[in-house]
Design a protein around this ligand. Sequence first.
Ligand SMILES: Cc1cc2nc3c(=O)[nH]c(=O)nc-3n(C[C@H](O)[C@H](O)[C@H](O)COP(=O)(O)O)c2cc1C
Length: 352
Amino acid sequence: MSADLASPFTIGNVEIPTRLVLAPMAGVSVQAFRRQGRQHGAGLVCSEMVSCQGLHHRNERTLGYLRIAEDERPMAVQIFGSDPAVMAEAATMVETAGADILDMNFGCPVPKVTKTGAGATLLEEPARAVEIVAAVSEAVEIPVTVKMRRGLGNGSRAALETGPLLVEAGARALTLHPRSAKQMYTGVADHALTAELVQLVDVPVIASGDVATYADALSLIERTGCDAVMIGRAAQGNPWALGQMLDPDLPPPLPAEVLAELIYFMRETTRELGEQRAAGFLKKFYGWYLSRGGFPRSVKQELVRLSSVTEVERRLLELGDGVEDLVASLEEERPPAPDRTLELPISIYGGG
Ligand SMILES: Cc1cc2nc3c(=O)[nH]c(=O)nc-3n(C[C@H](O)[C@H](O)[C@H](O)COP(=O)(O)O)c2cc1C
């Protein structure tokens, strides 16, 4: 029997309505991206990795990452760090902010993070990894999960040794991106390891890496027995990839729909980050969106040179007929839900 990507599963007491999880991506997973992911079919969305030290020091920009809207839920917030007590404190702040799940990053390969003893380093320091998971599980009531790479070096199997220990320490689900930290994003994800991990633990396993189509998602679930798949790069500028995984007969978006979705996304992002931060943040999205719909490359080059989001929007509206009406219907269909009330000591609004 083939796996049903549109069926629910649970992490702890949290029901996740589909088997598609939107990946945490630093510099990408803003609230607008997560809401869009949910609207197109992701059952669970996740914040980008948030520094537990930044939360500890009440850094205003870091606190801004804890902004959660009702219509994103179920939603996980991912934290990273290496000190069990500071991670536990950060976890309680995440819980207070209204996250449904607390995820921990034991996979980040970036030297700035690994040299502090956080991210993928923890996979090869199982005693400290276990201490962190135990401290965090003790500190919060929401389910605690961990996202891992396979290990530090190529060929490492550290995730298979450390993963089961993390479950014993309280992790209620594991995500595995089976590339080594050294590999960064080169080569392919070795999901034979995911299949092994599924056999070793009795909590849900989410498979991350190289899932771009319905066929990829289905075959990964069938090959590995994982409970859900995570979609990262394939969803950048392409939320329709998620919808097509739930309904493979869904036609690709028309050019006007691509433009409307992008404009809606730009407006939401501007509301969230403020005009100035949004202008820089959005630049990478123009190419991602416009690679669909047959737009010439020169358009993207022109857009990234414009200095304000308003100018970009004006130019995009000229590229297709009826786009303004489509944006208006998206705004009517998806009015932003209010942010959850935060009982945090200072303003969490980093911008705008
Ligand atoms: C731009 C970018 C930022 C990322 N940031 C994070 C992060 O903050 N936390 C994390 O656990 N993984 C992060 N990842 C890894 C992804 O969550 C995912 O595991 C990886 O991209 C493989 O999945 P994919 O092939 O579907 O992209 C990031 C990946 C990319 C491309």
